[in-house]
Design a protein around this ligand. Sequence first.
Ligand SMILES: C[S@@+](CC[C@H](N)C(=O)[O-])C[C@H]1O[C@@H](n2cnc3c(N)ncnc32)[C@H](O)[C@@H]1O
Length: 441
Amino acid sequence: MRVTVASARSLAAHAVARILREGVTLDAALKDALVAANPQLAPSVRSLSYGAVRGYYRHEAILGRLLSTPVKSLDFLVRALLSVALYELEDEKTPEYAVVDAAVQTAKATDAVRAAGLINAVLRRYLRERKTLDADIARNPATRHASPIWLADRLRADWPVRWTQLLAASDTQAPMWLRVNSRRTTTEEYLGMLQNAGIGARAEERVPLAVVLESPCDVQELPGFGAGLVSVQDLGAQCVAFPLALAAGQRVLDACAAPGGKTALIAEREPNLSNLTAVDVDPQRLTRVRENLKRGELHADVVAGDAAVPGAWWDGIPFDRILLDAPCSALGVIRRHPDIRLRKSPSDIDKLPLLQRQLLNSAWRMLKSGGRLVYATCTLTRSENRDLLGAFVRDTPDAISVPAEEWEGWPNFGEMDEYGRQILPGEAGADGFYYAVVNKS
Ligand SMILES: C[S@@+](CC[C@H](N)C(=O)[O-])C[C@H]1O[C@@H](n2cnc3c(N)ncnc32)[C@H](O)[C@@H]1O
């Protein structure tokens, strides 16, 4: 048992160190870390790495107060080992002395061997001064909620009233939402199946076909998952159905489709579209679109292509509906992907509006007169949402912005701005999403 937990700590620390060093995603780092590992280790490795990553910037702030040299001068693996240990101390499931001892032993068994003494000293000092240190860290909302300072500053600039709420929401664990496949079953019937399987769940009445589980589980435990009765999809993502206003006979383009969550939703909701085309620039991610469609017994034309350069793949027949679920800074889904805070920099975010504007311009050229473009992101910055849409509508003579109060069926959540609606992370249990609707005259 000791060996098992020690190995889990080492694997988790190596995964976290890779995110810091190489900027890989937590999912990718975990996948690689677990390839050759004993499968029994997987749950511990996952919870230790998620805990460390989720709390990383709080841990860095604590270490900054304990070390005489800058935290950034420490090797990535040493930082990661300390973050895993600080998470375990916060989690309080393991006695304090055991956490410190394990961190030191893990360091000794890895390339961090020379830092074992430092790890021991820092963690012991933290335990001695914990009350004062924790109180100090909690005073600043950024460090309290484990956010890099630059990110907290940006959120404060865009959301002067809500920014601490947004930081707090990103510091929680997201619930698991399901989308019932209306072609195969009903919400009521599926809730019955979940009940029979001993899985607690409830429907979200305001968003048809959305079901939330009492606690997350492996998809393979979900009744009928393999047969496509349900898919995993956040509530905020499922809200795309309202602004799209799908109808039989429409020609629909999902311009940034992978991994295909919204493509599948579109195909499920309106079986009689004349055509559904799912485009993505990343051929590898398109495999997931095909798998998702196949599992639900759904159909779309899946195309590898750049939505900003449609000449290479578009047949020139305009679309009635275009969904542009644009690549974005993903600040609305940090609670689901806490590694975003470790991997993104302010300059990454600043590059995005230009790409988003190119995609908007290109999508517009493919839209039929009288058609509708739905712009979506899973982020919170004004520059990628309201301000981008504002500039686009102003610069585009045949663009008619459709105010959010006119979107049929939209539930009573999300904050309206001049062009769209922002669901804030945690609101109604959803991730943070932005939607805007522009009709073409
Ligand atoms: C937010 S994700 C889309 C999520 C997807 N709509 C869903 O609901 O599952 C953005 C996608 O845009 C794709 N993308 C980025 N640049 C693109 C481009 N120029 N043309 C087409 N797809 C692009 C990325 O590969 C990524 O899969």
